[in-house]
Design a protein around this ligand. Structure first.
Ligand SMILES: Nc1ncnc2c1ncn2[C@@H]1O[C@H](COP(=O)(O)OP(=O)(O)OP(=O)(O)O)[C@@H](O)[C@H]1O
Ligand SMILES: [Mg+2]
Length: 283
């Protein structure tokens, strides 16, 4: 019996040969990154994938609050008080872990992005996960660029409003200047219909194709759904508490698309990008 349990544990932690790392970004804040990250994590986990959600919105983090989990330590503690990774990781469900970012008047401090990048890439490199999502928070700064650098893919979230789309464009422009990622996957959140998502995608894709020569794919969309706000208040992912709500169905569609077109991590390229990052910021 003991041997069986041991074997099961070993199987659970068998290193993944590939890992898909998504940096979830937006430009403008409040467009739904954290809710999408959490619910996509839940959906992929329900499909049998091992998932890590990293709350990269350091100091303003809320993935743990949205999930309703208690985190004793945060990513910031790792840097400030030498806590171990295992001290910080929260197991939300078997195979779904959250790395809380910390809230309050805390920040990582200047010029420590390379340490953060090193930490995240080592965690990803453990092979414990099939998917890693880094909720990068809003705004464009060195921390965001370091998260994008360690990711294989950029998952851009926008809402179909001109302000959000202009900020999304500005973010993509920065990525193109630093040549960080050639490809973007888009989720249009809070749409009224599939058609509105498609139109938003076509508009943004045309502009970035013309001016920045960057490719963007429409990964999916999530409709505006009152169940999302209701679930936020209950501190439970909407796809768990309202599995048949339209927004939950949209999340499942995205999850299925992701798992069918899994992207293979290329650690050779990763280290190239990391060197480029160090050059850009001169650290
Ligand atoms: N599909 C949706 N339908 C209805 N409301 C939504 C939807 N998505 C998000 N919201 C609302 O928008 C709010 C903000 O969402 P969320 O916290 O996920 O955004 P964010 O991009 O992570 O914000 P920040 O940039 O501040 O981290 C939610 O609390 C919810 O009320
Ligand atoms: Mg957020």
């Amino acid at each position: 019996m003991k041997d069986q349990a041991h074997e099961l544990k070993l199987k659970m932690f068998k290193p993944a040969s590939t890992v898909c790392v998504y940096a979830v970004v937006s430009g403008k804040g409040g467009v739904g990154k954290s809710n999408i990250t959490l619910n996509l994590g839940v959906a992929l986990n329900q499909a049998g994938k091992r998932v890590l959600l990293i709350d990269g919105d350091l100091g303003m983090a809320n993935l743990d609050i949205l999930a309703g989990v208690m985190s004793r330590h945060t990513l910031l503690d790792y840097f400030e008080t030498q806590k171990s990774i295992e001290d910080i990781l929260v197991e939300y469900k078997p195979g779904l872990e959250i790395l809380p970012g910390g809230s309050g008047f805390m920040s990582l401090g200047d010029n420590r992005e390379d340490e953060l990048q090193d930490f995240v890439s080592r965690l990803i490199g453990t092979g414990r996960y099939d998917y890693v999502f880094i909720d990068a928070g809003a705004g464009i700064d060195a921390k965001l660029l370091s998260f994008v650098s360690v990711a294989n893919e950029v998952l851009l979230v926008t809402v179909p409003e001109p302000t959000a789309m202009v900020d999304a464009y500005s973010l993509i422009k920065i990525l193109s200047i630093y040549e960080i990622k050639p490809r973007i996957q888009l989720i249009v959140n809070q749409v009224s219909s599939r058609r509105e998502a498609q139109e938003t995608y076509e508009h943004l894709n045309k502009v970035i194709g013309t001016f920045l020569n960057i490719q963007m794919e429409l990964l999916g969309y999530v409709v505006s759904d009152p169940k999302v706000k209701a679930a936020v208040h209950r501190q439970t992912p909407f796809s768990l508490v309202h599995p048949n709500a339209p927004a939950s169905r949209n999340i499942r569609e995205i999850s299925e698309r992701l798992s069918s077109g899994a992207v293979t991590a290329n650690f050779g390229t990763l280290s190239e990008v990391m060197h480029r990052f160090v050059r850009i910021f001169g650290s």
